[in-house]
Design a protein. Structure first.
Lengths: 131, 335
């Protein structure tokens, strides 16, 4: 990549930051050049974020209709999946999955709820609601 | 601190941290040299490790390879500390900063508030430097940022004690003594041979050039039955690993090419100049692959996994030739 080819396309995903890439100057030497982003990067990052947001939206709808507990929604909202939430909280996967059932979740002890809330970085009251 | 700390922008967090840390302690070393001398360039396709249901594809060695690799090769006197309790970890960080140390940390990207929101994924092996503290705010030099930033104590603590895969456990590291003067040619020669061996002769076929070929086969067979939704996510994931996660572009290939140029001039082995040029060409072709994939994801071109697979195979072929030449150059240099 030549220095003048370094993309400066102003990616929204970089939120105004510039990232460093290496490119060759006129003399052929590579150096570090700040880049405002490449559309390709924006496409793939948005794709990943959109996928996570879609999962959160689906879980949101399920939580509102009573098919699923708010825990599932908050998990996706924190960009986690079952695997990661289980690892972060130290609660077995089957148990987390069980807590996705609204009736089971209603009976989860306050200590366990605090563990979920801590892992997701939200207050316990927020964990019990979907807004 | 004896001298004011100077922040530098880097493509990759770990090589950037080590470059700044060593430079501040009196050994000027560029990010590219830090990356190359620790033999950090690689390729690995790890289908057994899944992130949100997608396989891990890495263009470099696993996290901590650069820090540990440089520690060993440059015979650095370093200390690494992890903590069971966040309070201990924070207290220790404060004590080290008060004694004037420059401290490297491992942290999760997701909990760092200064990161752009769209880039905050649960990646636990991010590296950054802390060079001071003002009240409840740390002065942070995150190499992937253009300027130093500030981070609140509770946020940094959360990020340092994130759990899950590669959990940092509050890891901090610092230099105990100034680094000794290295023999660049010897280190360089060994690093080149090691990287070539990883790319050509790794015992596991998922690593190195063969890993690229296996990935190509997997891409070729991506099912399109569901309208291509899964296939688009799959190739998007490859491109994200290649371009988006502090790679310096082209899956670290440009960064490594920069290392070859620098090594050529520092150690006076001119053959490396030509190899650097080849590697820049390979990096450009990785970027062409990324562009082709992104156009398919956006629907500007028809989704055609076999076309992407062909590009990957061509890349595998190019890299095989390149690393054979590199190994030959490293051996010729030894004589």
């Amino acid at each position: 990549m030549r220095e003048r080819e370094v993309p400066q396309e102003g990616n929204a995903t970089l939120a105004g930051h510039r990232k460093a890439v290496y490119a060759a100057g006129e003399d052929g030497r590579l150096r570090l050049v700040p880049s405002r982003g490449w559309e390709v990067e924006e496409i793939v990052t948005r794709q990943a974020v959109d996928d996570l947001e879609r999962r959160a939206a689906e879980a949101h709808a399920r939580a509102l209709s009573g098919e699923s507990s708010p825990l599932e929604y908050h998990m996706y909202r924190s960009r986690m999946d079952l695997e990661l939430l289980a690892q972060t909280t130290g609660i077995w996967r089957w148990r987390v999955r069980r807590h996705f059932r609204p009736r089971v979740f209603a009976r989860v002890s306050p200590t366990l709820k605090a563990r979920y809330a801590e892992a997701l970085g939200i207050p316990v009251e927020a964990l019990e609601r979907v807004e | 601190m004896p001298e004011a700390f100077l922040h530098t922008h880097a493509a990759h967090c770990e090589s950037g941290v080590m470059s700044s840390l060593l430079r501040h302690s009196g050994l000027p070393i560029s990010e590219a040299m830090a990356f190359g001398l620790s033999s950090a360039l690689a390729f690995a396709y790890l289908p057994c490790i899944r992130i949100n249901g997608l396989p891990l594809i890495s263009f470099r060695m696993p996290p901590r390879a650069i820090v540990k690799g440089l520690q060993r090769r440059l015979s650095l006197s370093m200390r690494f500390e992890t903590f069971r309790s966040p309070a201990d970890g924070t207290a220790r960080l404060d004590a080290l900063l008060d004694s004037g140390k420059l401290v490297g940390l491992q942290a999760s990207v997701f909990w760092l508030p200064y990161f752009p929101p769209d880039l905050r994924f649960h990646f636990n092996a991010h590296n950054l430097l802390v060079y001071g503290r003002e009240g409840d705010e740390y002065l942070v030099s995150d190499p992937v940022g253009e300027t130093p930033v500030r981070c609140a104590r509770k946020d940094l603590e959360k990020a340092r004690f994130a759990k899950g895969a590669l959990a940092p456990k509050g890891l901090l590291y610092y230099l105990n003594a100034p680094p000794p003067a290295p023999d660049w040619s010897l280190l360089g020669r060994r690093a080149l041979a090691r990287t070539s061996h990883i790319m050509l002769h790794a015992p596991l076929p998922l690593v190195g050039v063969r890993g690229i070929e296996i990935l190509a086969r997997r891409v070729e067979r991506l099912p399109l039955a569901d309208g291509g939704e899964r296939a688009r996510l799959y190739v998007g994931n490859i491109v994200r690993m290649q371009e988006e996660i502090g790679t310096g572009g082209g899956g670290f290939r440009f960064l490594y090419a920069s290392f070859l140029q620098e090594l050529a001039s520092v150690a006076g082995h001119a053959a490396l100049e030509g190899l650097a040029g080849h590697l820049v060409g390979i990096g450009d072709r990785w970027r062409e692959f990324a562009l082709a994939a992104a156009r398919m994801i956006r629907g500007r071109d028809a989704l055609a996994p076999p076309r992407l697979a062909a590009l990957l195979r061509a890349l595998a072929g190019d890299e095989r030739i390149f690393f054979r030449d590199l190994l030959r150059a490293a051996r010729a240099w030894a004589r």
